[in-house]
Unconditional design. Structure first.
Ligand SMILES: [Fe+2]
Ligand SMILES: [Fe+2]
Length: 195
């Protein structure tokens, strides 16, 4: 695989970017950049303060930073995470970011659980979960996802619930097990919708 190790690192307070320890392919980097662009658009439209926008973007740049790392590296940073690289790269990237000095619990939880969901997420986790799915580079359901991306700033809770429902339905249809955090995540969203 054609891997690159990025050497750009942002001192805190500057615009977030890929950490020096990242291992990502060019295609992965392009995905991360599209997620960052979408999140920046939402932050602009929603009028969030720069400090909050900075948290959202830190999570974006960290979330797939070890997505293309060798299995041994993922195991070293996330020894207790279950399954393959698809489920291990979030916990591994969060652990690596924490070792690198990231202390924001919301940012770390967003990165750690971005593949599975977390009931206790603050806005960082919710934004990342949605933008990771809605970025325009993915092939499937382009028009539906583009509409959801447009709706997000005005109805983030509704869009989050729709995306979770779609992703979980697909996982169940594939016969996959749902991790415990995913079940709690969905139950929280379903209860909010019913209440
Ligand atoms: Fe990921
Ligand atoms: Fe991603």
């Amino acid at each position: 695989m054609n891997l690159i190790h990025e050497s750009r690192s942002a001192p805190s307070g500057l615009r977030p970017t890929l950490p020096v320890w990242s291992v990502v392919s060019p295609a992965r980097l392009a995905h991360i950049e599209r997620v960052a662009t979408l999140v920046s658009q939402w932050a602009e439209e929603m009028g969030v303060p720069d400090s909050e926008r900075n948290r959202w973007l830190r999570a974006v740049w960290l979330h797939d930073a070890l997505r293309d790392a060798p299995a041994e590296e993922l195991e070293r940073w996330a020894p207790s995470a279950l399954g393959n690289a698809a489920l291990r790269h979030g916990p591994a990237s969060a652990a690596r970011a924490k070792a690198d000095g990231e202390t924001d619990r919301g940012v770390l939880d967003a990165v750690r659980y971005h593949s599975v969901g977390l009931a206790e997420w603050d806005m960082v986790g919710r934004v990342l979960y949605c933008a990771d799915y809605l970025e325009p580079g993915r092939e499937h359901a382009r028009e539906d996802r583009a509409r959801q991306a447009l709706r997000f700033p005005g109805d983030s809770g509704g869009v989050l619930r729709e995306i979770a429902r779609t992703r979980l339905a697909r996982a169940i249809a594939s016969g996959w097990q749902l991790p415990d955090p995913t079940v709690r995540f969905w139950n929280t969203l379903a209860v909010r919708a019913a209440g």
